[in-house]
Design a protein around this ligand. Sequence first.
Ligand code: INI
Length: 157
Amino acid sequence: MKEIHGQLKADGRRFALVVSRFNEFITRHLVDGAEDALRRHGAREGDLTRVYVPGAFELPLAARKVAESGKFHAVIALGCVIRGQTPHFEHVAGEAARGLGWVALHTGVPTSFGVLTCDTLEQAIERAGSKAGNKGADAAVTAIEMIGVLEQVARLE
Ligand code: INI
């Protein structure tokens, strides 16, 4: 019986954080959480790159180009969509989720979904480093784990 678990080892890995500037007062905390998690798992400063885009809708295209560059072991997409702010919440949030899923599947590069989709600003604050944790950190740990999982799957005999 074989069992695969991704090691939480980030040293020697290169990460791109693709970050939405919309709701920047929230997304900057997701960036802090993600980078802190990467460092705590051994990632080096020089192996982290931030790519900023205007909004969550733009995350998939930038994530795709970054993944296709072949320069990164994983992409961590960070954004914040708040229902109260837009009648097209479903479109923005839906396209971000669908598009980032597409990027992962079509490039084979782990691409994690650190996009908050909230009803209220209060919920966003809770998920960006207060009582509901930090979803940027969660997305970073997911990326680290997926690198390990895919590496081991590739080594299966
Ligand atoms: N982009 C976000 O990242 N979050 C939002 O809450 C949001 N709202 O509320 O509209 C938002 N809109 C901008 C969108 O992502 C695109 O940048 C824009 O439509 C141009 O393509």
